[in-house]
Design a protein around this ligand. Structure first.
Ligand code: NAD
Ligand code: ZN
Length: 385
């Protein structure tokens, strides 16, 4: 079959590889119909999240059940399913505590340097390096889905692939960022990063009753997308001092909730160029620093952007003084997905309006290139095997 394969940093290409087969009785094999490239995949492409050998990419995918393991009870051949990006065994300590991204069973390979299990034990994602279990991803014609009775959800017939695909990851991720802040209604929510995850957090903020949603991004075309599809207020740090601007909108207090939908910033030429043009005088452009300065006293900073290394000069004094609540992590997709499928089905939220590029799987490398470099007004790339 064809698959988008990571070879080394900077090199993801479409190769012919062996078809996956059933391994455990609780597996299914899915024939992938749609799969997307995620900002998280760019951390692998850049080498910031390391992977030693070749690996099939992709944790955002859906498709048709092709083969069913003997132990699978809920799915049958021909079912059309969407698959949450964290694997979940459904019965370990963490799965029982609503923390499926920390599933102990699905990542037994996560050993430390001395061969001992580290305190990082647990947590497996499709197509997300040996650190996260070493599972092949779904940017491929077929993919093996373990624990098939636990996470995959049957997609209602009336939903197209494009309407359903982002239930794998980015909508539940944007949703969790807002859910962690427990809005009561009328809040000002400032969302840093207006990429796919930020756009989904904007949608989630409105559905959860925000009074004002502010999108911040240095890329003007992404702010335009945010205005067009989500009707939010936008701020470009090239034009305004963001922290001051948001204080000005909130009687000096700051936003009730700040979402970091950017994450750590690898040395990407494109972003470096952008940042070099930003006025640093009034503070750092580092997104977390901006979020801690922007949030009001007693407010919440939700971090869904991925961090994979230490963060120097962490402003603990500000977090303490302002009594900020910080929530972060990989989104526990299965906690939200059933409710979110219903929201999409009932047309309470539209997800496919962020897709800017649909390409055949054979053009995956081009998809990575434009999404990474933010070329051709790229917002979200969907691949069709
Ligand atoms: P993306 O790269 O397309 O978007 C990031 C956006 O942030 C870009 O538009 C960029 O211009 C903007 N940006 C960069 N620096 C900024 C700054 N200082 N202030 C404001 N905006 C800034 O990626 P994406 O697909 O939207 O993903 C965003 C992050 O979310 C990534 O780190 C990704 O790994 C992470 N993610 C996390 C989860 C989770 O479960 N927690 C799931 C999916 C993605
Ligand atoms: Zn993703």
């Amino acid at each position: 079959m064809k698959a988008a394969v990571f070879h080394k940093p900077g090199q993801i290409q479409v190769d012919n590889v062996d078809d996956p087969g059933l391994i455990d009785p609780t597996d299914v094999i899915l024939k992938v119909t749609s799969t997307a490239i995620c900002g998280s995949d760019l951390h692998i492409l850049s080498g910031a999240v390391p992977q030693a050998g070749n690996m099939i990419m992709g944790h955002e995918f859906m498709g048709i059940v092709e083969e069913v393991g003997k132990g699978v009870k809920k799915l049958k051949k021909g079912d059309r399913v969407v698959v949450p990006f964290p694997l979940s065994c459904g019965h370990c300590f963490f799965c029982n505590h609503g923390a499926s991204p920390h599933c102990e069973q699905s990542n037994y390979k996560n050993y430390g340097p001395n061969g001992n299990l580290t305190d990082q034990k647990g947590g497996a994602l499709f197509g997300y390096t040996d650190l996260y279990g070493g599972y092949s991803g779904g940017q491929a014609e077929y993919v093996r889905v373990p624990y098939a009775d636990i996470s995959p959800r049957i997609v209602p017939d009336k939903l197209s692939d494009d309407q359903a695909l982002f239930l794998t990851d980015i909508f539940p991720t944007g949703w969790s960022a807002i859910d962690w802040a427990q809005l009561k209604g009328g809040e000002t929510v400032a969302i840093f990063g207006s990429g796919p995850v930020g756009l989904m957090a904007q949608k989630a903020a409105w559905v959860n009753g925000a009074g004002r949603v502010i999108a911040i991004d240095p890329l003007e075309y992404r702010l335009k997308k945010a205005r067009d599809v989500n009707h939010v207020t936008t701020l470009n740090p090239h034009d305004v001092e963001v922290v001051e601007a948001i204080r000005g909108m909130t009687e000096g207090r700051g936003a009730d909730v700040c979402v970091d939908a950017v994450g750590f910033e690898p040395e990407r030429t494109m972003m470096d160029k952008l940042k070099a043009t930003i006025n640093f005088e009034k503070g750092s452009m580092k997104v977390l620093d901006m979020a801690f300065r922007t949030v009001r006293r007693g407010g919440t900073v939700s971090i869904v952007g991925v961090y994979g290394s230490t963060y120097d000069n962490f402003p603990l004094h500000r977090v303490f003084d302002k009594a900020i609540t910080i929530k972060q992590g990989q989104a526990p997709v299965i906690n939200y997905i059933d409710k979110l499928i219903t929201l999409v089905e009932e047309n309470k939220v539209v997800l496919d309006d962020i897709i800017s590029h649909t390409l055949p799987l054979s053009e995956a490398s081009k998809g990575y290139e434009i999404f990474d470099k933010k070329e051709d007004d790229c917002v979200k790339v969907v691949l069709k095997p």
